[in-house]
Design a protein around this ligand. Structure first.
Ligand SMILES: Nc1ncnc2c1ncn2[C@@H]1O[C@H](COP(=O)(O)OP(=O)(O)OP(=O)(O)O)[C@@H](O)[C@H]1O
Length: 599
């Protein structure tokens, strides 16, 4: 928890080119091609208005200012004003339309990324700091926008402007124009030099931003612990260090991007000086009027910012690419379990609930060590299986396999004879319900928490589930009854109440197979007993895997699946105390027989 920015996976990345990012994400922006074209058209009209204004100004200079004929003023002045209004309207339309397209693109990209993230298995999240992931969904996605929406529009607009204003300059005096254009490659070289470096720095800046967000998210979530352990100063320093690292990489980015503008200005000044010198010579030779030179200089004045803008675009695209890499890492992550391409329905008329583990092996990716090895076991419909074992023997892992959060690396798990991998994931999740150890409640009302796994439930069904979970008195005492919000992770309820709320939620789901992860752990004897009554109601007639290292629960079970050989005798002891218990203890060991080995 208190390590400085661990070498998290975000740092090990492959570099993606802007072209590749564009190719991958363009389908999300393509939908708005019509609006993008409208924006381009509007911005071109605005540019044409600028060009017309320059021409009108040249006419005014030569026809009115140079001659002093005031009668020639109203017509071009009216035309200039009209052009300005049209140009303003076109600029507004183009800018707003671009904003419209950009924001919609962001929404789609965020939806798509989040949609994908929801399919990823727990191991994806376990390996990544939460704050870093949050940054990918927020500021990283925001930073991608210029590449996909602004860049194409700006590219077309800038390209058209460059061609147009360069054409105007060539039309006025082509020799002068060619001399002025000679510097254009310098802009390109400067931008290229900076853009390559900016991409590396921008990626680092994004990663640092993620590390800071992570430090803050973790500290805010564990603030009581920080205060109780007097860690305020240490955590302040940690946040400061992460903030400082972010600041330094941001400044490194500024150093590069801020260099482009002044560099471009120096190039521009050199060009303008050259043009003014050559123009003075042309005027003295009578080949150019003052109005003509002013118009020429004005065209260059419009042209250079666009050339400069092209360079800025390259710089911006580099930063956007660095952010896009981090978003694509989420989109490229593959779920550890894939939905069956041709999902099989459960056999008609089958009484769901028979669970068979057939030589199941599993090890977490990258650990090279099996947690479960060659485990075979069968549970009949309605049977209560107590999964016991010391800490770290794989009880939660087995639950994850039953819920298909992971697939076995060897063997198979069958539900009523069908391999879990052949069932549609959505069907499987309807058939198997988890009551997790920490209840996993959401910051919403009691009703919303109970109906979380079955949103369409009626009020009467909710009330019945709450009553069966022994929760009605709790709800009655809440200020708004079922509409009372229970705070983040249900913090406004007691530990026992939270468990019973989770039981009500599971009751409402009414699935034939249950996985209960340590339902009484952390509760005192009275609270545990209050949980056991609704728990029994929940387990009745369902195949239940009750994960616990409490041997006292063994007496309730039909079978005890001991994941740890040393606990075998411990589990047997309570059974001996209940001579009428029919439970048998099965030792889950490597290569045990397919039916399990009774002892
Ligand atoms: N995501 C993971 N990646 C790598 N190893 C893991 C992961 N999750 C668990 N493990 C390892 O797998 C083993 C079994 O863990 P598991 O959580 O299933 O044990 P458990 O019996 O449920 O423990 P406890 O009773 O303490 O909850 C442990 O050695 C643990 O370190």
């Amino acid at each position: 928890m208190h390590q400085d920015s661990p070498a998290h996976p975000a740092r090990r990345h492959a570099r993606t080119s802007p072209r590749e990012v564009f190719r991958r994400l363009w389908p999300l922006a393509r939908l708005h091609r019509g609006r993008m074209s409208l924006a381009v058209a509007a911005l071109l009209v605005a540019a044409a208005c600028d060009a017309a204004a320059v021409q009108i100004f040249a006419r005014l200079t030569d026809g009115v200012l140079a001659t002093g004929r005031l009668s020639g003023f109203p017509a071009p002045a009216a035309l200039w004003a009209g052009t300005a209004v049209l140009g303003a309207a076109a600029t507004y339309t183009g800018t707003y339309t671009m904003g419209w397209v950009g924001e919609r693109f962001l929404l789609r990209l965020r939806d798509r990324t989040y949609d994908h993230a929801q399919r990823l298995s727990p191991d994806f999240y376990q390996g990544r700091p939460e704050g870093d992931l949050l940054t990918r969904f927020t500021s990283d996605i925001d930073s991608v926008q210029p590449l996909l929406t602004e860049a194409p529009v700006q590219l077309v607009n800038t390209g058209a402007n460059i061609v147009f204003f360069a054409g105007c300059a060539l039309w006025i005096r082509w020799e002068l124009a060619l001399a002025a254009f000679a510097a254009a490659p310098l802009y390109w070289l400067a931008a290229r030099f900076l853009a390559a470096r900016i991409r590396t720095v921008a990626r680092d800046e994004r990663d640092r931003n993620g590390a800071l967000t992570d430090a803050l998210a973790e500290n805010l979530a564990t603030m009581p612990l920080v205060q109780l352990h007097n860690r305020q100063e240490a955590e302040r320093q940690r946040v400061h260090r992460e903030g400082e690292k972010w600041m330094r990489s941001t400044l490194a980015g500024y150093r590069l991007s801020a260099a482009y503008g002044p560099l471009a200005e120096v190039i521009e000044t050199a060009c303008v000086l050259g043009v003014v010198g050559a123009g003075a010579w042309e005027i003295s030779d009578g080949r150019l009027t003052i109005g003509g030179l002013l118009a020429f200089a004005a065209y260059l004045g419009y042209l250079y910012p666009h050339i400069l803008g092209l360079g800025s675009l390259a710089v911006e695209v580099s930063s956007a690419t660095a952010a896009a890499e981090r978003v694509l890492e989420v989109l490229d992550a593959r779920p550890a379990v894939a939905d069956a391409p041709a999902a099989r329905p459960l056999p008609a008329g089958a009484r769901p609930g028979a669970v068979t583990l057939d030589r199941v092996s599993f090890g977490y990716p990258g650990t090279g060590r099996p947690v479960v090895a060659g485990l075979s076991f069968s549970a009949r419909p309605g049977e209560l299986v107590l999964v016991g074992g010391a800490s770290g023997t794989g009880k939660s892992t087995l639950a994850g396999l039953l819920l298909r959060l992971y697939d076995p690396t060897g063997g198979r798990i069958l539900l009523d004879g069908v391999d879990l991998r052949d069932l549609a994931l959505a069907d499987l999740r309807d058939l198997v319900t988890l009551v997790p150890q920490d209840s996993m409640l959401i910051n919403a009302t009691v009703r919303e928490n109970i109906t979380h796994g079955r949103p369409g439930a009626t009020d009467e069904e909710v009330r019945r589930a709450a009553a069966a979970a022994d929760l009605q008195d709790v709800v009655a005492a809440l200020p708004d009854g079922y509409d009372t919000r229970i705070g983040p992770r249900g913090q406004l309820l007691s530990g026992g109440q939270r468990r019973r709320l989770a039981i009500a939620r599971a009751l409402l789901r009414d699935s034939p197979v249950l996985v209960l992860d340590e339902p009484t752990t952390g509760l005192d004897a009275a609270a545990a007993e209050r949980v056991m009554v609704p728990l029994r109601r929940l387990m009745a007639h369902r195949t239940t895997f009750l994960i616990s290292h409490d041997p006292l629960l063994a007496a309730m079970a039909d079978t005890v699946l001991a994941l740890d050989g040393e606990l075998q005798s411990e589990f047997k002891r309570p059974l001996m105390a209940h001579p009428h218990s029919a439970a048998s203890v099965v030792l889950a060991s490597t290569q045990n027989t397919p039916e399990g080995k009774d002892i």
